[in-house]
Design a protein around this ligand. Structure first.
Ligand SMILES: O=C(O)[C@H](O)[C@@H](O)[C@H](O)[C@H](O)COP(=O)(O)O
Length: 243
């Protein structure tokens, strides 16, 4: 399916449109099948959207949304680098989510202690437990992207990006600090009905162009992520400058 590519004059327009489309998508999913499932991302754009939703989320019923993370840093629970903590502060502390439906990845001082493999395996079972024993088809997977094309903690030329079986893997040597992370893999990202890339800045332009011209996921992991119903690129002008 051909991706939809939207180019905005600035980041605030990008965030405003993505958050309003988030409200539309989630309210439709809730009307259609009761509980919506959304995978959140870290990064400045992902968090900016959560802040916008904290201010205005229309008719979204926050008690009927399962929230997951595409990746997180395997750090202590109160480490400010944790994507979960940033999402809590930006959105989850301000809306009536059902705590039983908020599925954070384990911190390094949580129930699995420092055992990152056990923490990753446990998250894989969270995915199936919340979806009647199957791997979920998320309604929406939000993705930030790095300049070298990484999404979640899937970096170029790594085993995590090449993974074809497991839904969740541990990353011990991320090229971007901190080195230890837990991430969803491409096979599960690609079960999402909608995959949205939230990308701003000239340093992302080469990766955006690569993804739009059929690059290999090993080289540019962003090129390997697609929704089953829609793939949308939300770009500012500098990020779109090589298209
Ligand atoms: O895990 C990380 O190190 C970051 O969270 C990273 O993956 C980030 O999401 C992207 O680099 C996009 O970041 P921006 O949205 O700030 O461009």
């Amino acid at each position: 399916m051909i991706p939809e590519t939207l180019v905005f004059d600035d980041k605030s327009d990008l965030v405003a449109t993505a958050s309003s489309r988030f409200v539309d998508l989630v309210t439709k999913a809730q009307a259609d099948h009761g509980v919506a499932s959304v995978v959140l991302t870290g990064g400045s754009n992902g968090i900016a959207i959560l802040r916008a939703l904290a201010a205005d989320s229309g008719d979204v019923d926050w008690s009927r949304i399962e929230l997951f993370w595409g990746d997180d840093r395997f750090v202590p629970a109160d480490d400010p680098e944790r994507n979960y903590g940033q999402a809590r502060e930006a959105l989850l502390d301000h809306v009536p989510v059902d705590p039983a439906r908020v599925h954070a990845m384990a911190p390094s001082d949580g129930e699995f202690g420092d055992d990152i493999e056990a923490a990753a395996a446990s998250y894989a079972s969270v995915l199936t437990r919340t979806s009647a024993g199957r791997v979920p088809h998320f309604d929406l997977h939000l993705l930030g992207m790095g300049g070298e094309g990484h999404i979640n903690s899937l970096f170029p030329h790594t085993a995590a990006t090449a993974e074809t079986e497991k839904t969740v893997v541990a990353v011990e040597d991320s090229p971007k600090p901190p080195p230890r992370r837990i991430t969803l893999t491409l096979p599960v990202v690609n079960r999402s009905k909608a995959v949205w890339f939230l990308v701003a800045g000239e340093d992302k332009a080469e990766a955006v162009a690569a993804a739009h011209t059929g690059a290999h996921a090993a080289d540019w992991p962003c090129a390997g992520a697609h929704g089953t119903d829609e793939t949308v690129w939300f770009l500012d002008r500098p990020a779109a400058s090589r298209l």
